[in-house]
Design a protein around this ligand. Sequence first.
Ligand SMILES: Cc1cc2nc3c(=O)[nH]c(=O)nc-3n(C[C@H](O)[C@H](O)[C@H](O)COP(=O)(O)OP(=O)(O)OC[C@H]3O[C@@H](n4cnc5c(N)ncnc54)[C@H](O)[C@@H]3O)c2cc1C
Ligand code: SF4
Length: 534
Amino acid sequence: MSRADEIVDVLIIGAGAAGAAVAHSLVDTRMKILCLEQGDWVRPSDYPTNGRDWESRPDFSGSPNLRRRPADYPIDDSASPIKPVNFNGVGGGTILYMAHFPRFHPSDFCTRTLDGVGDDWPISYQNLEPFFAANDRVMGVAGLPGDPACPPKDGLLPPVPLGTLGETVARGFNALGWHWWPSESAIATVPYHGRGACLNLGPCASGCAQGAKASVDITYWPEAIRRGVELRTRCRVREITLDERGMARGAVYFDDAGIEHEQRAHVVIVACNGIGTPRLLLNSSSGRFPNGLANSSGLVGRNLMLHCMTLTQGTFERPLSGWQGPIGCSLWSKEFYETDVSRGYARGYTMEILRGSGPVATAQGGLMRGALPWGQGHHAAFRAMFDRTATIVAVGEDLPEETNRVTLDPNTSDSHGMPGVKVQYRLGDNSLRMLAHAGQRATEVLQAAGAVSVAPTLTEGISSGHAMGTTRMGVDPERSVTNAWGRCHDVRNLFIADSSLFVTAGGVNPTSTLQALALYVADQIKMRLDNLFD
Ligand SMILES: Cc1cc2nc3c(=O)[nH]c(=O)nc-3n(C[C@H](O)[C@H](O)[C@H](O)COP(=O)(O)OP(=O)(O)OC[C@H]3O[C@@H](n4cnc5c(N)ncnc54)[C@H](O)[C@@H]3O)c2cc1C
Ligand code: SF4
């Protein structure tokens, strides 16, 4: 363990999906690497699925406002139709994620050139390709090779089973002649690197006690720690400090006893997620950076992208065995992923087919939609929906808009008195047209699959664990916060390594891409160790 007065070579802030990947990669250099994480390790025995109340445990809710663990910080989402979710602890969001693991498409990196919207990234899919593959090897990704909608990839584990529900919805896609393919999922469908194979029991989004789901506390971190990285938990960073030359000096953090320290470092890497990263930079203002650290562009916290989404649910006559298999992972359709101007909007979306919900979520969904009456008829209505519903989520590409943003919230604070955040987010016209299209297409699929009824599509109030764009990368310091390899334009030894760097959002879940990007950032640092600050 390093002493508090020791200067470490690299200080990583945040032990989630990106921080874990960066630490694992940089350990090759034999530098002294320390990671500070505001949350704790989660023990598999604490996961809700060890008890019968697994669907109703607020301490494992995705919403920090409901969860209210000491490690959480408040997120005021009242000005956003999409509700951000996360998890703060070793593993970050991967503790609760569904492990849906698509990659961005090559076109996602050049939307301005292709379609005249968004902006081009300073890097391409080809730059990230080796890092996608390296990440897949550590995480363990199940899928079926040969998806014609995606670039080829090797080394997939056997796909998760489609099950009755997946086969039923696939028949709907077949009837319409639309693309579908088994989803790619960061789930060990066979024993993998000491992890047990998936049991196909479904409650992945409250934590996988079996260890089949690739959360980074059981993939990247054990090896990174064995090879010398120090991970200090329950250490919340309040502020990144600067020296007299304007270089990052280290970070001020509260330890698990609430005592404040300054940890000095030669290089600081921030990986606190698309909301936590701008929060920390904005809270690190100084005379040199009165509007937030590394924020001479004014873009820290702006261009937030949460993905625009629809949720369309069909009810079927027969049971679908919807609880058999990982909840988020069955099949996807990329039929409407790439731009087709005749549809009236630019870019596109993936349709992802979710499995059935547990009894509590089924009842809550039924009540929300007014389909589950109280009193007479309640049980009959519940029986007609439980294990008889299939849900299509469309994950759509929302375009970067500077008015969609994260700001510090002076009205709320975390357990150490650091301000919470406010999310201001509006669905743009392009997103609204895309969502209308997606809802209609999902309804058609479910009808073609034999649904007896399809509920009106939801587009608001949906949760999203995808937060991107708030410290975007680029070549122009006036239009971006970091350069093409994650180094802040304003502070030459300060790096960002998470999805805050994204220039556009793609129409897929971000974790595979953000981890590949984190490995890319680490690789760029390794290649320049002799002249990192030039
Ligand atoms: C319910 C749910 C379902 C999801 N499903 C999917 C899915 O199926 N597929 C997919 O691709 N993605 C999914 N996601 C999103 C996925 O979890 C995130 O994309 C991913 O975890 C982001 O990685 P990250 O490293 O940027 O941030 P995180 O994983 O959020 O990690 C950031 C870490 O930084 C720590 N931190 C923040 N601020 C500080 C501070 N000031 N001091 C110290 N530590 C700090 C946090 O505690 C946290 O542990 C889901 C998320 C949720 C919540
Ligand atoms: S279905 Fe598989 S991945 Fe999901 S919680 Fe169960 S064992 Fe884990």
